[in-house]
Design a protein around this ligand. Structure first.
Ligand code: ZN
Length: 749
């Protein structure tokens, strides 16, 4: 090696594609056929589709089209003794299914390093040592979509059998990993020079790529892979992850399949790599898998029991934290935690929002009250102007509650596990002196299918390596426990964590936001009403489903307004159904409630209900006013009369005012005892007096304590508003207030 480091680096770089080409050899095409449909066809119906042959290079679909592919072939005799794999690339996202219709492995075109060194997820392992002559049949479900949404033209690219060269594979990762480490180390570091020398020797040993040459080449690198990390190296807990947006640049139905692909891949990789740990957030996604892929779901449960799969994020979805109400945020936590407990027996104590557009100041309080003591994100690293000065801190909410908070130091929830990213855990870490630990989420989300084999191979090499932090494959909960024990002198951030980006989303899709709020109110009303009916009548299952629909649409790309149009079309359809169900529930509830109130002896009673937890002054619009009712009686829920108002003459003409006439003269208002005030407003029509509208407002004030004691509780006053002049009258002193109307307020009790 001459002293020309730039030339040597170039030479080393040229070796990488050479090694890469040695990994898969003896490519033998499989026969392929496919059946294309606009929407997914479940496994049981797949057999009824008509399949047509397809050759590599042919387009089969566009923009979210779906397809089933079938591949057939025979392992050639020449492959005897070799490790044989299939290489499948349908030109979109895909998933291999087993003979029972369960997803077993996702396939994507997306390379997972960002530096284009590794194969896409296209390798399907078949035989460790083939005999030759084995029949191969593969069934693959595909989507004309990619990591970021629709694919305008999906072209079938490859379906081959191949011999897998493990020596070349191992060398590929040793070589590329150390080469990337070399490039991120300081120019003048001794480690960098040693790496350059070792890589150059490995390149020299490569020769024609025969098995002994590959092993010799690898041996040149071993000493450099065995140099341990420094004594002060940060310890990073690394967990495989796939950020799956519940809907975004694709509709919900595609999310179901993204989960199938990603989760099946995670389980497949656990079989190949015993130390591998994977985690996924959002109970909503688990629910989708349970509904659509029960076999896969059973295997996830098993992996959770074995401690190899981590359940993450206490919220039902990774929800927006600016638009949903406080109650909705509580429900996100309630339904999230409840699902994990019921389905898996696990109490999830972290808030997992790596991609949410800002975090309101109420959250620490809600989290502490929900048994959540760890909050994780990285989103604020995308801030436009003000970068947060912490990676580990205490976040304090409005009421003083605080929660341990970690911002991923590499500013990324899709870590590619290349040294250039891994080194950031130390170089970008703003709390190196306060915490000896950090959390790493590696893998590629959405259409990337989570971690690939490459991620795990690289992290194996980063366990204890000079120049990098130490990486341990373990769940985020292990990090949270260590970090909270070990952290020294963490600083506190009080109040909102404002996100300086994506702000435009909050002024788009206004109707979504409006309907969300109205549904939040309606759900509250329904719950208040049915809570009075007692537990045996309470429609908990119905309400559970309604809430979950609302919570789903509070996902951080749905309600803020960042999804594609189809997502909103479908969200509004869900809202329509939600509204319909809620109005039915409210009608039934009100009917039940009214029937439960004792109105015996009252003709045509009308029930007024105050669901707020405080006294309420508001207008009650009286149906039947137009019919000219003669008397208003008010009583509490125990049918104790509060007030009786009588009109000497019914003077109100039929008119175009407040409500349709329903009653014919008598009305009884009944309201719960804690509501201490009633206002009755009656618009009397537009043909009285001088032609102006005349409005009367009756206000009854009473002492709420009296409802409890049954003692004298009524200190009635009558306020008569005579438009436009306001006059106030006391009870028993009510004179004629308009020429044609006379009030006689009887002392009712
Ligand atoms: Zn997201």
């Amino acid at each position: 090696m001459q002293k020309h480091p730039d030339l040597t680096r170039e030479r080393i770089a040229h070796c990488i594609p050479r090694i890469f080409r040695l990994v898969y050899t003896q490519l033998t095409p499989l026969q392929a056929e496919c059946a294309v449909t606009p929407e997914p066809v479940p496994w049981p119906q797949m057999r009824r589709l008509s399949f047509r042959p397809i050759r590599p290079g042919r387009a089969w679909g566009k923009n979210f089209d779906c397809a089933w592919f079938r591949f057939r072939g025979v392992v050639p005799a020449a492959m005897r003794g070799a490790e044989v794999v299939a290489l499948i690339n349908v030109g979109g996202e895909a998933c291999v299914f087993d003979a029972a219709g369960n997803p077993v492995q996702g396939l994507t075109e997306k390379t997972d390093t960002g530096v284009n060194l590794e194969m896409p997820k296209r390798q399907v392992k078949l035989f460790k040592a083939a005999r030759g002559g084995e029949r191969v049949r593969l069934t693959v479900e595909a989507g004309a979509n990619q990591l970021w949404g629709a694919k305008p033209r999906a072209v079938f690219a490859q379906a081959d059998l191949a011999v897998f060269n493990r020596d070349a594979w191992d060398l590929l990762f040793d070589f590329t990993f150390l080469f990337d480490l070399l490039q991120v180390l300081p120019e003048n570091s001794r480690r960098r020079h040693l790496l350059l020398r070792a890589l150059n020797e490995a390149a020299n040993a490569l020769g024609d790529g025969s098995r002994p040459e590959l092993r010799r080449s690898r041996a040149c690198l071993r000493p450099e892979l065995e140099r341990p990390a420094s004594a002060s190296a940060l310890e990073v807990s690394a967990i495989g992850h796939a950020h799956i947006d519940t809907a975004w640049l694709w509709p919900l139905r595609e999310t179901v399949r993204k989960c199938g692909r990603t989760f099946a891949t995670a389980l497949r990789l656990m079989q190949e790599y015993p130390e591998y740990r994977f985690g996924a957030s959002q109970p909503q996604l688990y629910q989708m898998v349970k509904d659509h892929y029960p076999g896969l779901y059973r295997r996830i449960r098993q992996a959770v029991r074995q401690g190899r799969w981590e359940l993450q994020g206490a919220m039902w979805v990774e929800a927006d934290c600016n638009i949903p109400s406080g109650e909705s945020l509580v429900r996100q936590l309630l339904h999230g935690k409840r699902f994990y407990r019921r389905e898996f027996g696990v109490d999830v104590a972290n808030l997992w929002l790596p991609d949410v557009f800002g975090y309101c100041a109420q959250l620490p309080q809600l989290l502490r009250r929900s048994g959540v003591d760890f909050f994780m994100t990285q989103k604020l690293s995308w801030n436009e102007f003000n970068k947060l000065p912490h990676n580990a801190m205490i976040w304090r909410g409005l009421d003083g509650s605080s929660v341990f908070t970690h911002f991923l130091p590499n500013d990324n929830y899709n870590c590619n596990a290349m040294p250039r990213d891994l080194i950031k855990f130390e170089t970008h870490n703003r709390d190196n002196d306060r915490l000896d630990y950090a959390l790493c989420l590696y893998g590629i989300g959405d259409g990337g299918g989570g971690p690939g084999r490459g991620h795990i191979e690289r992290l194996r090499r980063a366990r204890n390596l000079e120049g990098l932090p130490r990486f341990i494959m373990e769940p985020a909960s292990a990090f949270a426990a260590k970090a909270q024990r070990n952290a020294r002198d963490l600083l506190t951030w009080s109040g909102e964590l404002y996100f300086e980006n994506h702000r435009g989303t909050y002024t788009t899709q206004a109707r979504m936001k409006q309907r969300n709020r109205r549904l939040e109110f309606a759900l509250r009303e329904a719950e208040c009403l049915w809570a009075l009916a007692g537990l045996d009548r309470y429609p908990s299952e119905t309400l559970d489903g309604l809430w979950k629909t609302l919570l789903l649409n509070q996902f951080h790309d749905i309600i803020p307004g960042s999804s594609i149009a189809r997502v909103y079309r479908e969200a509004h359809e869900q809202y329509d159904r939600l509204e319909l169900s809620l109005s039915q529930l409210l009608t039934d509830g009100e009917r039940w409630y009214a029937a439960a109130v004792n109105t015996r002896g009252v003709e045509g009673p009308l029930v007024v209900r105050n669901s707020l937890s405080w006294e309420r002054e508001d207008t009650v619009l009286v149906p039947g006013a137009a019919a000219g009712f003669a008397r208003i009686e008010a009583c509490d829920v125990f049918a104790r009369f509060l007030l009786k108002l009588e009109f000497r003459r019914a003077v109100v003409p039929e008119g175009d005012f407040l409500c349709k006439p329903v009653l014919d003269g008598r009305a009884c208002f009944v309201y719960p005892g804690h509501a201490a005030r009633l206002h009755f407003t009656h618009v009397s029509g537009n043909n009285i007096g001088n032609g102006m509208d005349l409005r009367f407002l009756f206000e009854i004030a009473c002492d709420p304590r009296a409802f409890l004691t049954g003692e004298k509780f009524f200190d009635p006053r009558l306020v008569v508003f005579e438009w436009p002049v306001i006059k106030v009258w006391r009870v028993m002193q009510v004179p004629r207030v308009a020429q044609r109307v006379k009030f006689d307020i009887k002392q009712p009790f």
